[in-house]
Design a protein around this ligand. Structure first.
Ligand code: SF4
Ligand code: SF4
Length: 81
């Protein structure tokens, strides 16, 4: 899922377009637009560099799945079966 740009907050400094390693965001006709949303790999560089916090990230569901850390020690079962 691509980033979302809030045009109310954006001052069109073009930093996000400059920083994106995959050219997902482009400057076009006086605004920055998410031109290639499918190419975004969610590195968050644009989010971190935006001086106006105008970019929010939408993560694919697969990025949001919780994971569980297995216990480091395995308890021995004292019961006789
Ligand atoms: S998250 Fe990374 S790849 Fe995606 S638009 Fe921002 S800078 Fe580009
Ligand atoms: S970095 Fe933020 S303020 Fe600058 S053009 Fe991109 S969205 Fe707009």
């Amino acid at each position: 899922m691509p980033p979302l740009i809030n045009n109310e907050l954006c001052i069109v400094c073009k930093k996000c377009a400059d920083i994106c390693p995959l050219d997902v965001i482009k400057y076009q006709d006086g605004a920055v637009v998410v031109l290639y949303p499918d190419e975004c790999w969610h590195c968050r560089a644009c989010v971190m560099d935006c001086p106006k916090q105008a970019i929010s990230m939408r993560y694919p569901l697969s990025h949001m799945l919780l994971h569980y850390d297995a216990p480091k020690t395995i308890k021995r079962c004292d019961h006789e079966h």
